[in-house]
Write a protein that binds this ligand. Structure first.
Ligand SMILES: C[S@@+](CC[C@H](N)C(=O)[O-])C[C@H]1O[C@@H](n2cnc3c(N)ncnc32)[C@H](O)[C@@H]1O
Length: 274
């Protein structure tokens, strides 16, 4: 799979998702977790950073971020956004795919060490972040976890925001519209999304599955639902129409998110390097 297919999304991604009410509700929930797990002065590796919304926010909190994405256009938008926000000294934007990080090519040759500013092996990240489905574009999670284990310090945190299989909103919506295939697509071995004119394979690992793939090197801190009472992003128009209702549902979801674990459009999996 060639992640540059996502280039076509880069110019409109923020308008279509980031700046919508739903996008903001969801991202603020993720920022709450990031604020708890990552602190000023730390070094964080971000996977599939998209347009750099989280990298810039973390940098504004004093965190140094190596923001990677397989799409050169997404990386470009990230670099420009960091520059405009005045935090380019804390954001290093690099075109790098999950597959390269997982070891198909040696990631150490390409990642710039933000501590020394040299392109050399990094062994000292304080944490890793991947938000809003970056990890759904691969099903090779074990090699990725193994590579990350080499890049993260003992005690370092990993925050993964992943689309899981158990999404009642999606199943209910599509069943109600007679779209049976779409209603159950997350339970298929692999689904596909039409991105930039090509069909991109997407996988929906359960939180339990992902925990198992990371378990040799990372222990589980917690799993939270994200988008259980809130709809998936393609139904964001519902949130624009009934903002107060969905703001209340979001508050409810926030308080119960750890009880409902891996359910929802996404889940947030927090892990810690052994
Ligand atoms: C839904 S966007 C999420 C972007 C961002 N993390 C956010 O929070 O908005 C998914 C991102 O994954 C990137 N991506 C897709 N496949 C990838 C791959 N194989 N390696 C690295 N990045 C990839 C895309 O370019 C896109 O920026």
């Amino acid at each position: 799979m060639n992640p540059s297919a996502f280039d076509a999304f880069a110019p409109t991604y923020d308008a279509d998702f980031t700046h919508t009410r739903l996008g903001q509700l969801l991202r603020q929930r993720v920022w709450r977790v990031l604020g708890q797990q990552f602190h000023a002065g730390q070094y964080v590796l971000e996977l599939a950073c998209g347009t750099g919304e989280d990298a810039v926010w973390l940098a504004q909190q004093g965190v140094h971020v190596t923001a990677t994405d397989g799409s050169p256009e997404m990386v470009h938008v990230t670099a420009v956004k960091a520059e405009q926000a005045g935090v380019s000294d804390r954001v290093t934007a690099v075109t790098l795919s999950l597959q390269e990080i997982a070891g198909e090519r040696n990631p150490y040759a390409v990642i710039r060490n933000p501590i020394t500013d040299h392109e050399s092996p990094i062994t000292s990240y304080d944490g890793v972040l991947s938000n809003f489905g970056g990890l759904n574009t691969t099903n090779d999670w074990r090699p990725l976890a193994e590579s990350l284990a080499r890049l993260v310090k003992p005690g370092g945190k990993v925050v993964l925001v992943v689309m899981g299989p158990w999404c009642p909103w999606e199943a209910g919506w599509h069943l109600a519209h007679g779209e049976w295939g779409t209603a159950v697509r997350r339970f298929r071995p692999s689904a596909s999304a039409h991105i930039g004119g090509s069909a991109i394979p997407i996988w929906y690992p359960s939180a339990r599955r992902l925990r198992r793939e990371f378990a040799p090197w990372f222990h589980h801190l917690y799993t939270e639902s994200l988008g259980l009472w809130l709809p998936p992003s393609y139904l964001g128009h519902l949130v624009e129409r009934w903002p107060r209702l969905f703001t209340r549902l979001n508050q409810w979801e926030r308080h119960t998110a750890r009880l409902t674990g891996g359910w929802g459009d996404h889940y947030i999996l927090a892990l810690q390097k052994m």
